[in-house]
Design a protein around this ligand. Sequence first.
Ligand SMILES: N[C@@H](CCSC[C@H]1O[C@@H](n2cnc3c(=O)[nH]cnc32)[C@H](O)[C@@H]1O)C(=O)O
Ligand SMILES: [Zn+2]
Length: 432
Amino acid sequence: MSTLALTGGRVLRPDLTVDRADVLVDQETGEIAEIGPDLGGAADETLDATNSLITPGFVNGHCHVAMTLLRGYADDKPLDAWLSEDIWPAEAELTPEAIEAGAELGLLEMIRAGTTGFADMYFSMERVADAVERAGLRARLGHGVISVGKEHEAAREDAETGLAFAREYDGAAEGRIRTAFMPHSLTTVSTDIYEEYVPKARELDVPIHLHANETADEVTPIVEEHGVRPLTYARDLGLLEPQDFLAHGVHVDETEIDLLAETDASVIHCPASNMKLASGMAPVQTLRDAGITVGLGTDGAASNNDLSLLDEARDAAMVGKLAADDAAAVAADTVVELATTGSAEAIGLPAGRLEPGAPADLAVVDLTGAHLTPAHDLVSHLAYAAAASDVRHTICDGRVLMRDREVLPLDAEGVCERATAEATALIDRAES
Ligand SMILES: N[C@@H](CCSC[C@H]1O[C@@H](n2cnc3c(=O)[nH]cnc32)[C@H](O)[C@@H]1O)C(=O)O
Ligand SMILES: [Zn+2]
């Protein structure tokens, strides 16, 4: 077997305790072979982890990775106006080449932030899948289906594209890519499309992922049109199976929380996007207390405006306390779990865990920064003080994706140049 050893560091165990140990990775299976003292000697390749913490790789439960092209293009507006006045007109000019360039930029950023897995909803997803295959991460990918503003046949075609992608790409990139059927939201996809396509997605046995209960403006029309709360409507459409996951879940009432707990569907909390678009605050502590699986997502870079799960963890803790009016709510260990195993479980990808036999999806965080000194509690540092730029090495499926801040599978300079050129041309087309 070919082996990789991470030596001289500390490891964050699944019970969130920390101790000094080396980690030996079997690069053929992509799994952790052994954790213990002095494992460097016999390994084929070594990564220095001195003064560093080895953690499970971070998992981004909800993203639109190619939206890096629109980072900073339109800010400071609520969801409705932001999408309809700025984002959708610009997205109408996207080409498959632009999406691939934007996806590569996002993947570069994610690797540099210690992210090893993510869920993504966008279009031209075969180009996103190509970029993921090259970059080496794991992903749950789906074509975002929208019917609003389209003739019925055009909406059906969009849904067919979504099904075809889910069918053809599940298991791609040696199994690192999994798929889902991804209707955009409960208000942007019509009831008849749901009625026709949810059963078809079930036949493929892929999860369903959608935006739900993100803003108060989305709740009212559903209650008015269907006479029930959005998640009751979703359940009636067959949308809340255990493998399904919803982005946001900000405006959920008690009956909807009960429904999520009963059905076992998961919620991806996106605190930065929710704060930036002033959508509201998800009741994260209440969702967790109800036994609901909660993950953490950045959403797209245009509503965040970065793709760092460490930032997101800190935001989740801060806003979670405010929402619960309780400083003890959404504590440090909770957000570290949300950013790793919580997201992985919600989106149905294997999670990195510091134990033998687990996938070697790892991030190595440099602890020498002034902002991480002293080191009373490393879980606290991950939750409240560490930044994406502290991540030294990133490993996914046993392969080193970043070594000492150098991203190996991608040419960082070329990726940034291409993305800048595509983003500039995109905005020129959108505004001409
Ligand atoms: N096939 C669709 C594409 C949908 S992709 C998913 C969409 O979600 C949009 N989006 C990004 N962030 C959010 C959010 O927070 N809420 C709702 N939609 C979002 C994103 O801009 C993109 O248009 C089409 O032809 O338009
Ligand atoms: Zn989104």
